[in-house]
Design a protein around this ligand. Structure first.
Ligand SMILES: NC(=O)c1ccc[n+]([C@@H]2O[C@H](COP(=O)([O-])OP(=O)(O)OC[C@H]3O[C@@H](n4cnc5c(N)ncnc54)[C@H](O)[C@@H]3O)[C@@H](O)[C@H]2O)c1
Ligand SMILES: N[C@H](C(=O)O)[C@H](O)COP(=O)(O)O
Length: 342
């Protein structure tokens, strides 16, 4: 059997907790060769935090992983001070993400795990994308994808109460609340639903996906008396999706969708804006939460937290979410080779 290609990690903002977390994740995982990963980042910075091994290709990571952190050295042009983000690093941060995606597209790596970036740092240098999700959508747009193309942001977290997982997907991501309504359309929501349905089958092994759509307005519009989006857009959308064979319910009041009994009624919930989905997800399990991009020809995961500039360099950052992101990328890469969408 052909050996598994390793995973690849992009280092993220070098002034955040990424360098520390990557070492802590390696310390936890290095005994398992199936979870071998190569880091794309600055080797000198990583060497200052622990044992590393410079490698020339991801294929060398598996044989190195047990004894040292494998690093594809792509050096910074200026020192990184923990907790002091600097746009001078932006071209390198962006390049590390791009190379990670390219390694996945070439098959040299079987999944990309992105350590946190601070978007504002990248924006300061003209980065044209809201975040990793859209950038990876652009980087992979030229590669065929057998399904409804994303990118779609999903966050998932273990749901111990239901011996399952809570999965939220977002119809809008990093847009001001005042612009959410303008970004909602039947076409965009339909694509979100289909991409989620396909991913549940292909990536998560859910044989008969149950989708739930959250309402936008309080009490899902109270029959049109607290806003009309449910009456004019969301309810007709649900009917159309049902006609297309999807098992989807809603729109239901978002504040009734996240208690334990409600979570048992669906496999993924379609949320209409960032915090509608991410507040309950990160409240349920901040450390177990993982960010997964659906609808791409590559597997990509990321921690559910950010750069933690306030604690960077202090040795107190918890690697839990990064470790879970690495494990999720491993699992998804194996599932994806076995399942196909309906
Ligand atoms: N995966 C990603 O790339 C990602 C995810 C979320 C946010 N971000 C970006 O990161 C920056 C900061 O994000 P934020 O303001 O949401 O805060 P954050 O997620 O970085 O931190 C929120 C709180 O959690 C703590 N925290 C974060 N990571 C931790 C860890 N590993 N261990 C212990 N405590 C931790 C922080 O100290 C802070 O108190 C922003 O630019 C945001 O856009 C990136
Ligand atoms: N919305 C994400 C979260 O809160 O975890 C985070 O900003 C990451 O976004 P990208 O993966 O698109 O950078």
């Amino acid at each position: 059997m052909r050996p598994l290609a390793p995973l690849v990690l992009s280092l993220g903002d070098p002034c955040g907790t990424g360098p520390e977390l990557v070492h802590k994740a390696w310390a936890t995982l290095h005994g398992d060769p199936e979870l071998a990963f190569a880091v794309v980042g600055d080797a000198d910075l990583l060497a200052s935090l622990g044992a590393i091994q410079r490698i020339n290709a991801p294929s060398e990571a598996v044989g190195t992983f047990a004894r040292a952190l494998p690093v594809l050295d792509r050096p910074l042009s200026a020192p990184a001070r923990p907790g002091h983000p600097d746009p001078v690093h932006a071209p390198h941060i962006i390049g590390w993400i791009r190379e990670g995606a390219e390694l996945c597209l070439s098959g040299a790596a079987r999944g990309l795990v992105t350590a946190p970036i601070a978007k504002s740092v990248l924006y300061a240098t003209g980065f044209a994308f809201p975040g990793h999700t859209e950038y990876l959508g652009d980087l992979t747009a030229g590669t065929p994808y057998a399904g409804t193309r994303g990118p779609v942001m999903m966050l998932t977290a273990p749901d111990a109460a239901n011996d399952s997982a809570l999965r939220v997907v977002l119809a809008t991501i990093h847009v001001p609340l005042s612009e959410v309504k303008a970004h909602l359309s039947a076409d965009s929501l339909r694509a979100l639903a289909h991409a989620t349905h396909e991913a549940l089958i292909r990536d998560f092994g859910v044989t008969a996906p149950r989708l739930m759509l959250a309402g936008l307005n309080p009490h899902a519009g109270e029959d049109g008396t607290i806003g009309r989006e449910e009456v004019d857009l969301l309810r007709p959308l649900v009917e159309a999706l049902r006609d297309e064979g999807l098992n989807i319910s809603g729109p239901l009041p978002a504040d009734t969708l996240f208690h334990a009994e409600a979570r048992r009624t669906y496999d993924a919930v379609l949320c209409l804006y960032h915090d509608q989905g991410l507040i309950p997800l990160k409240t349920l399990d901040f450390w177990g939460g993982v960010n997964i991009t659906l609808g791409l020809p590559i597997v990509r995961t990321s921690p559910d937290h950010g750069t933690g500039f306030g604690i960077a360099g202090k040795g107190v950052a918890r690697p839990d979410s990064l470790i879970n992101a690495i494990r999720a990328a491993h699992d998804l890469s194996l599932n994806r080779t076995h399942a196909t969408p309906e």
